[in-house]
Design a binder for this molecule. Structure first.
Ligand code: EPU
Length: 414
């Protein structure tokens, strides 16, 4: 698939945000903890979710899906994740903690490093070992066996996935666990809240130290997936880059705080709890120095969006990517093909804003692809963007939604 994007049209109107991919994936991983029905509402219709549901289905779960509602029930009939499906998405790693906690064993093939850099699992596995699980790590194949026993574990980095996996292992562990240096991303908090609804005993929700009292059994529940903060930021960045005038509805503006702070000096931003309106205030004179960090810091997933915005601003920006080492360079090179002036040195990009021009560009990862769409929307002339399948993993009808507010994107099957 490719996009033909004609730039130069300011985005005007209103868009609605749907449920977050990364929240849905974590909650789907947790469905393994019970045989009872977990119903998730506001579930996005994107490839990563299709693949995660296929994985759970092949492993024995009963899945029903209607519109944005997904129900998962029943027990697993196998604890070996088939390689062909598991390696389609990194999110498949989120069945590790729940499966070993519920069934005492799991075998999971993992994809190698992807376009944004190495994705090691050492924190997940070290934490599971602390809980008494026996772990065999063959690099691309992980086998775990044994039932978890409560323990204290301090993560060397606040990893989102490791926090999610270890939470799922601890809720069914025998005894008490303390997880230290937990990730505090909104998607982690949503998982903690759903686990409590399922009967888990968790203290310190939303903080970096979480105490869990293991229980013998969890039950079914219904839970609404939180709005996708990266999608909301993508819409805002697209409106900002095109000097448009856009309202983004059904988002959680609290989750967007750091991104909004960065845009604030340049744009009139009016927000309430669930909606934000953006329109230009002055020349966009560069965004200063921004570093990515775990929540509540500036999210790595929004870095690619900011890189595009900075590239077409009227000033200087410095962006330091502290989480994924390969997240800057590819997009910087693609943006430079569009006339941008970005110099990358290690994990730092120095950007001098320029008027961009349409070019032939290639998306290599999901958020990077969204960044290139933003740049192409702001550029003079037409861009041809290849690699749109990466975008479909995490964005629902991106071209259609942007076209509804004035973009001109042709989605072509090639
Ligand atoms: N890390 C380790 N060892 C581990 C785990 C992580 O060194 O065992 C490192 C990673 O290499 C990285 C940092 O810790 O440098 C943070 O990684 P984290 O584990 O927090 O990320 P993740 O769980 O693999 C999730 C999202 C990503 C998002 C990151 C950071 C899901 C399915 N994915 O990944 O989302 O960028 O958290 O917020 O929740 C995306 O949506 O495009 C995406 C990549």
């Amino acid at each position: 698939m490719e996009y033909l994007i004609e730039g130069g049209n300011p985005l005007r109107g209103e868009l609605r945000v749907y449920g977050a991919k990364n929240c849905a994936l974590a909650l789907l991983g947790a469905t393994v903890l019970t045989d009872e029905t977990i119903t998730l509402t506001n579930c996005p219709n994107i490839t990563d979710i299709d693949n995660m549901l296929m994985l759970l289905g092949v492993m024995g779960k009963k899945i029903t899906r209607s519109g944005d509602e997904v129900s998962v029930s029943g027990s697993l009939t196998r604890t070996y994740a088939p390689e062909k499906i598991a390696t389609l998405l990194r999110g498949s790693a989120l069945i590790l903690g729940s499966t070993v906690a519920r069934y005492g064993q799991v075998v999971l093939p993992l994809p190698g490093g992807c376009a944004i850099g190495a994705r090691p699992m050492d924190i997940h596995l070290c934490g599971l070992r602390k809980l008494g699980i026996s772990v065999l790590d063959a690099g691309d194949l992980i086998s775990c066996s044994g039932y978890p026993v409560g323990a204290e574990y301090s993560m060397r980095m606040a990893s989102v996935g490791a926090t999610e996996n270890l939470l799922c292992a601890c809720v069914l562990a025998k005894g008490e666990s303390t997880l230290i240096n937990c990730a505090m991303e909104p998607e982690v908090v949503a998982l903690e809240e759903m686990l409590v609804q399922m009967g888990a005993q968790i203290n310190g929700i939303g903080t970096s130290v979480v105490r869990i009292n293991g229980v013998a059994k969890l039950h079914g529940t219904t839970f609404k997936i939180i709005p996708d903060r990266i999608v909301a930021a993508t819409y805002l960045a697209a409106a900002a880059a095109t000097r448009g005038n856009l309202t983004v509805n059904e988002c959680n503006t609290g989750h967007l705080q750091r991104f909004i702070e960065v845009l604030q000096p340049h744009f009139d931003l009016k927000k309430n709890e669930n909606s934000v309106h953006l329109e230009p205030k002055c020349k966009s004179f560069g965004y200063g120095t921004i570093e990515t960090a775990p929540y509540p810091g500036f999210p790595t997933d929004m870095q690619s969006l900011l890189l595009a915005l900075a590239a077409c601003s009227d000033g200087e920006t410095v962006i330091k990517e502290n989480l994924f080492e390969n997240r800057l360079e590819h997009n910087a090179n693609e943006l430079n093909k569009m006339g941008a002036d970005i110099k990358v040195c290690g994990n730092t990009a120095i950007i001098s804003g320029r008027d961009l021009i349409g070019a032939e560009i290639v998306a290599k990862d999901l958020r990077g692809g969204a960044g290139l769409v933003i740049a192409a929307l702001a550029a003079h002339g037409t861009s041809r963007l290849e690699g749109v399948e990466h975008i479909s993993r995490g964005y629902m009808a991106l071209s259609e939604n942007l076209n509804r507010v004035g973009a001109n994107i042709e989605n072509r099957l090639v």
